[in-house]
Ligand binder design. Sequence first.
Ligand code: SF4
Ligand code: F3S
Length: 106
Amino acid sequence: AFVVTENCIKCKYTDCVEVCPVDCFYEGPNFLVIHPDECIDCALCEPECPAEAIFEEDDLPADQKQFIELNAELAEEWPNITEQKDPPADAKDWDGKPDKLQYLER
Ligand code: SF4
Ligand code: F3S
């Protein structure tokens, strides 16, 4: 499955949800996740993310592997999102900032 990683936190551009053919994105306050059991590995979302936060599970950077579990866990708790919405006003300021996991809201 594809996985949303740390750089989505506080950026949450939501371009990704528009292209997913199986609507398997789930939305939290400042982060999105992919449901691993619903993702069909079509790869359409990966190039859509302006923050380059989406990776195939096997291509995850070494420091992002914990996001496999996090996507699986939060996809069970958060509501589905299928339509793009405006990103946070300061999304650009957070794009590329390191160590954003501490800001994840649940
Ligand atoms: Fe949806 Fe395809 Fe991305 Fe999986 S890889 S989340 S099915 S767009
Ligand atoms: Fe996040 Fe990128 Fe989607 S920033 S909401 S994974 S477009």
